[in-house]
Write a protein that binds this ligand. Structure first.
Ligand code: HMH
Length: 217
């Protein structure tokens, strides 16, 4: 199912994973102030991502048709997120970004509100896991692109790209995709329709999120 969606919504997917900010990092002509904006905003996002992942974990425990596997995979995500929060603090201090002073921009607020809406017990596990897979995969695909052989990513940005572009993160995204596909195979038509709409919303929010770094409010 995810393969069909990726094909069907290719343009939007490419928009989310090959944004101009990613191209700028990859081509070595990123404006550092844009990078700093992204860094501060993403820290706020990641903090809002914690209760979302926690809600997916609970849904997996209650609704998954392979509970033990899914709980382990999602727990791996919780662990990665824990490291990520420490990394954001370290990275922010390296670039002189004051995390306590950051005000979430409109696109970020809307994305965080969307995440919160997905934590509702009324949202099915299948829908939530599709969102989770899409959110993680956009970053994986985006940052892996900046590490390809012909990229000109600045050395001081390589660590950022490694965070999401590394092989382990790719494997984790693949485990999430397998869970999503397995859930979708057994889902009602209604759940499949909702999951596809949610997938599209994630891609749109991701594009808007990248857009913030060039001056959006
Ligand atoms: C906006 N999307 C955004 N931030 C992130 N850190 C991820 C996805 C991946 O965790």
């Amino acid at each position: 199912m995810t393969e069909t969606w990726l094909r069907k919504h290719r343009l939007l997917y490419v928009g989310a994973t090959r944004h101009s900010l990613i191209h700028a990092i990859r081509d070595g002509n990123i404006d550092i102030s844009a990078f700093k904006t992204w860094l501060g905003q993403d820290y706020i996002f990641v903090r809002a991502f914690v209760p979302f992942i926690a809600s997916v974990l609970i849904k997996a425990w209650k609704e998954s048709n392979d509970r033990d596997n899914d709980v382990e995979v999602i727990l791996g995500g919780v662990s990665a997120l824990n490291d990520e929060i420490s990394w954001f603090k370290k990275e922010a201090s390296k670039w002189g970004v004051q995390l306590s002073n950051i005000v979430p921009q409109k696109a970020n607020q809307e994305y965080c509100r969307f995440l919160e809406s997905l934590t509702s017990p009324e949202v099915e596990y299948t829908v939530a896991i599709v969102a989770f897979w899409a959110i993680e995969t956009v970053y994986q695909e985006s940052f892996a692109h900046c590490l390809e052989e012909d990229s000109k990513t600045a050395p001081e940005l390589k660590e950022t790209c490694q965070r999401w572009g590394n092989q382990g993160f790719a494997e984790y995204c693949n485990s999430l995709r397998k869970i999503a596909d397995r859930q979708l195979e057994n889902a009602s038509d209604d759940a499949i329709t909702k999951a596809e709409a949610t997938f599209l919303q994630v891609l749109e929010y991701e594009v808007e999120f990248w857009n913030m770094s060039h001056g959006g409010t």
